[in-house]
Design a protein around this ligand. Structure first.
Ligand code: ADP
Ligand code: MG
Length: 608
């Protein structure tokens, strides 16, 4: 069977995918990013493509080409509106199609796109160890014949035959296996970095047809970044009224900070940032709240929903006639975007597949089917890695174990470690190791408003719920006061099958070490508690124990302290047992009881 790979040739990013024995997956060399930025940079030695071109773009701005997809198959007239914003020179070529002029040389958009495709082809060849001759390539649903033909030409220049050109929304639907479902209507909502599209697909007899599409080629995540950047700018100028922040460097730093705030807020309710102010020695620190971000972007989300209403009218359908909603594009990771879509279509959208990868994955599956492959792989229906939270000492407490089928729900009760703790930070992780430093952070939130209580007294129930779409909702509920807080995250975005396998393998390899380290942390905590207990009951000890007995306790405390510096949990345990025996007489005393209870109950302490 000759392999046919799938390629998502995007405006900002491009990537390839194929079907492996384990199922469909993007093509990536281990440890390297899957995604090739759709950027080119011309140097003395030829073209740089992707990350390298992006890095080069600062020093080589007038020879760097972004967004070539916007130029494919277009005439000067088609580009009237955007031509002035493009940083490179456009001239008229053959058949009224445009060319890009760099220095003395002229290039067609097809030739430039071919460079991106070559890069993806070469990468696939080195990862798969075979020559790639054929590909399925995706294009936006609104691409006309000229634009589709230009895409075919680009593939030919790159040395590949196009097995089929398919629409991006169709690819996304295929990735979710919707072609296997009964006939009906599917809405594909695609919000990327610079563009927004909504398409309505009609499925009949396993064939998809785009029956309506609408969008905005100037709306996307970049605009969210600008809104956030503006807010930060205003704040900075409040404290530093003299700073203009209008130069390119300031703009760049503002934008970068804004984008990282935005991404952070997809998995937490508040985030702090620290920004170096250009041309000064100063840094600016601030906090950004999720609520504030959501209010800022809401009018833009509203605009996308107006497009949704528009296509439904075009297709002559009511929202409740849509059987499935599919999300595409990095900006659909934003929880508020998902919520608004869910309430608009009155059903939860499919989100289990990373919205960055879903189009390429669908193209890869289509290629596999065209090559004569079978569709016998499973889509995400189990939780591949354990999910849990950080507990005292940086340990990872698993709440849902790996390999659980979804939907799934588990909860566990935790308590505080410090007296009068009025808030608790819940840090969510996924992984198969014992310490959070070896796991993957998913999100974090704070449960506030807990009335002051003695440590160990609050009862914080932490519940993990993964729904059929793979969305994880974590709820923390302090039972005595009724205080509650929750957050939603998508655990498996950005994780490939290979990464998951590597993570699981690493957990086997490190099982013994990890177990020892975890025990060491836990025994150290026990030791600290016993020390505190001894301190609290020392007066009693002075009245009831002989000087020799007391000296022996103090000597043993020293030995415990030494083992705490060591690396062997078992040695520490032995020393602790000796200390436990020596202090037993104290435990018979009313005050000393605390020591015993501490010894028993050192586990479920949540981090402060
Ligand atoms: P395009 O279709 O234009 O190539 P993508 O689908 O690659 O765009 O999406 C890129 C956009 O997604 C960028 O604006 C990026 O900031 C945004 N994005 C990526 N990850 C997140 C996240 N975790 N939360 C919010 N936005 C994100
Ligand atoms: Mg896209």
């Amino acid at each position: 069977m000759e392999r046919i790979i799938g390629i998502d040739l995007g405006t900002t990013n491009s990537l390839g995918a194929t079907v492996y024995e384990e199922g469909p997956e993007v093509i990536e060399a281990s440890g390297e990013s899957t995604i090739t930025p759709s950027v080119l940079s011309l140097t003395d030695k030829g073209w740089l493509v992707g990350e390298e071109a992006l890095n080069d773009s600062i020093s080589n701005p007038d020879k760097t080409i972004f967004s070539v997809k916007r130029l494919m198959g277009r005439s000067l007239k088609d580009l009237e509106n955007i031509i002035n914003e493009l940083p490179y020179k456009i001239i008229e070529g053959q058949r009224q199609l445009i060319k890009i002029k760099i220095g003395e040389k002229e290039y067609t958009p097809q030739e430039l796109s071919a460079e991106i495709l070559k890069k993806i082809k070469m990468n696939a060849e080195s990862v798969l160890g075979e020559t790639i001759k054929k590909a399925v390539i995706t294009v936006p649903a609104y691409f006309d014949d000229a634009q589709r033909q230009a895409t075919r030409d680009a593939a030919r220049f790159a040395g590949m035959e196009v097995a089929r050109i398919i629409n991006e929304p169709t690819a996304a639907a295929i990735a979710y296996g919707l072609d296997e479902k009964k006939d009906g209507y599917i809405a594909v909502y695609d919000l990327g970095g610079g563009t927004f599209d909504i398409s309505i697909l009609k499925l009949s007899g396993k064939i998809f047809k785009v029956i309506a599409t609408h969008g905005n080629t100037q709306l996307g995540g970049d605009d969210f970044d600008s809104l956030v950047a503006n807010e930060i700018k205003k704040l900075i100028q409040k404290t530093h009224p003299k700073l203009k922040l209008n130069d390119p460097e300031s703009k760049q730093i503002l934008k970068k900070t804004a984008e990282s705030i935005k991404k952070e807020l997809s998995s937490s309710t508040e985030t702090s940032y620290s920004m170096k102010l250009p041309h000064t020695e100063l840094t600016f620190d601030g906090n950004f709240k999720l609520e504030e971000f959501e209010n800022l972007i809401d009018p833009m989300i509203e605009q996308t929903l107006e497009s949704c209403s528009y296509v439904l009218r075009e297709a002559n359908l009511a929202a409740d006639k849509i059987n499935d909603v599919v999300l595409v594009g990095g900006s659909t990771i934003i929880p508020k975007v998902r919520k608004r879509i869910e309430s608009f279509f009155q059903k939860p959208p499919h989100v289990a597949i990373d919205p960055y990868k879903v189009v390429a994955m669908g193209a890869g599956i289509q290629g596999h089917l065209l090559a004569g492959g079978r569709r016998d792989f499973l889509l995400l229906d189990v939780i591949p890695l354990a999910l849990g939270i950080e507990t005292l000492g940086g340990t990872f407490s698993k709440i849902i174990t790996g390999n659980t089928t979804i939907p799934a729900e588990e909860s566990e009760t935790f308590t505080t470690n410090v007296d009068n703790q009025t808030s608790i930070e819940v840090n969510i992780y996924q992984g198969e190791r014992e310490l959070i430093k070896h796991c993957r952070a998913l999100g974090q939130f704070k449960l506030r408003g807990i009335p002051p209580m003695k440590s160990g007294y609050p009862l914080v129930q932490v519940q993990f719920r993964v729904d059929a779409n793979g969305i994880l909702t974590v709820t923390a509920n302090e039972k005595r006061s009724g205080e509650k807080a929750e957050i939603e995250v998508i655990p498996f975005h950005g994780l490939t099958q290979f990464e998951i396998e590597n993570i699981i393998e690493a957990s086997y390899e490190n099982a013994v070490d990890d177990f020892n380290q975890r025990q060491l942390i836990e025994f150290c905590q026990t030791a600290e508690r016993i020390f505190r207990g001894i301190e609290q009951t020392w007066e009693v000890a002075e009245n009831t124990l002989s000087k020799d007995d007391r000296d022996e306790i103090l000597k043993q405390v020293e030995s415990v302290r030494q083992s705490m510096q060591g690396h062997d949990a078992q040695v520490l345990k032995t020393e602790l047992d000796v200390l436990g025996n020596l202090t037993r007489p104290l435990a018979d005393n009313a005050m000393g009881k605390t020591i015993l209870t501490e010894l028993k109950d050192n586990e479920n302490m949540i981090r402060k």
